[in-house]
Design a protein around this ligand. Structure first.
Ligand code: CA
Length: 392
């Protein structure tokens, strides 16, 4: 996985995660391991991955092969440069890995969408009528996406008072997380041109974990008629490490049967889902970290290619570094929901973290950490994490 780190007083630069160490790719380049690969000599010294991403998947694969060969021969090949090319992750500072021009949040987790429908519209069908015809989304705010580890301030906003009749302004009382995957766009699409669904995956550089922190009280009062605004834009957490998309090929799986059949521009004839296990861990201030959700990316209804095809059908162009988030991913079990809204059924049922601590929405001092795992070549590859602590 690739990310941007700094160490000592050096400027931020591109690193490759290897266990609890970071491979300094500029130092690897200076040691000659990337000779004959056509890369700009400054590409690993940039404070964001965007220029590295623009090199394209063919060069990413070549660089990845060289790194793997280097690491496979760790003791031998690196003997003379070992101390220089590795940085302990514990001593590095991580930075937002990409310059994000635009951020879009989908709603592709069908069990989450059904749960939200049951909670907020109990008298109607759980899914809106458009849900199985298109990947529903809204345009989010890129400026407040922060790297994993950045504290998140509890937002102040307007919401209905407890009696439900009068709006008040104050700190959100129902602060929540949302467990999502984030796609990092790797190739620009042309303004005015739709990306065909069969080519859409070519536009993905990599996968991250994404926490779309959500203030439910603010969201519920403001979201009609134009959708989420201040209930969502006070902060979103992106993992520091980005996994190249091609790495996931061994865990590609078929998604759910899509019935009714989508319109032709959303029909794709190869499996587009990925077996990625997902977890949410919650740690109250001074307490133990507890896993409160285990689920899987297989619970997405729409796949990544369909999200991109839909995003561009009208001619909206994608740029390198854009983030497309999947929407909250929930399973069908009570402990497989990717938000406290669902885990506590809108705060009605507190969840037990241990014998004494029960929880509804987030308290100040709570740390939420998203983790993900893919079983690749007999190894458990960990994505992320995406973590943040709440403060006021
Ligand atoms: Ca979301």
């Amino acid at each position: 996985m690739y990310g941007i780190f700094s160490y000592d007083n050096d400027n931020p630069r591109v690193g490759f995660k290897y266990g609890d160490r970071i491979l300094d790719l500029e130092k690897v380049r200076l040691s000659g391991y990337f000779d004959s690969i056509p890369i700009d000599e400054y590409v690993f010294l940039k404070p964001v991955l965007n220029d590295f991403i623009r090199l394209g998947q063919s060069i990413h694969r070549t660089i990845g092969q060289r790194i793997n060969a280097l690491l496979a021969n760790d003791a031998v090949a690196l003997a003379d440069v070992q101390d220089q090319v590795f940085v302990p992750q514990s001593k590095a500072r991580m930075h937002l890995p990409v310059s994000i021009g635009d951020y879009t949040d989908f709603y592709a987790g069908i069990h989450h969408a059904e749960n939200v429908g049951r909670i907020f519209r109990p008298d109607g069908p759980p899914l809106p009528p458009n849900y199985k015809h298109m990947p529903v989304a809204y345009h989010g705010r890129a400026s407040s996406i922060v790297v994993s580890g950045t504290p998140i301030r509890r937002p102040t906003g307007q919401f209905l008072a407890a009696d439900g009749n009068v709006p008040v302004v104050g700190p959100s009382q129902t602060l929540d997380f949302e467990l999502e995957l984030g796609l990092i766009i790797g190739k620009q699409s042309a303004f005015g041109e739709a990306v065909p669904v069969e080519e859409a995956e070519d536009y993905i550089f990599g996968i991250t974990l994404f926490n779309d922190w959500s203030a439910r009280d603010i969201q519920r009062w403001e979201y009609q008629p134009l959708g989420p605004f201040l209930g969502k834009n006070f902060g979103s957490t992106l993992s520091a490490w980005v996994l190249p998309f091609y790495t996931l090929e061994p865990v590609r799986i078929a998604g759910p049967v899509q019935e009714p059949t989508p319109l032709p521009y959303l029909q794709i004839h190869k499996p587009g889902h990925f077996a990625i296990d997902l977890e949410v861990w919650l740690q109250p201030e001074g307490g133990e970290e507890v896993c409160i959700c285990r689920t899987s990316a297989q619970h997405l209804y729409w796949n990544f290619a369909q999200m991109i095809a839909h995003h561009t059908i009208g001619g909206c162009n994608l740029n390198v570094g854009d983030v497309l988030a999947t929407g909250t991913i929930s399973g069908t079990l009570p402990n497989s929901c990717g938000s406290l809204l669902e885990l506590t059924w809108n705060g009605e049922r507190a969840i037990a973290l241990n014998d004494t601590h029960r929880q509804t929405f987030l308290a100040d001092g709570d740390t939420v950490t998203l983790r993900a795992f893919a079983q690749i070549d007999g190894n458990s590859l960990e994505l992320g994490p995406a973590t943040g602590v709440i403060y006021s």
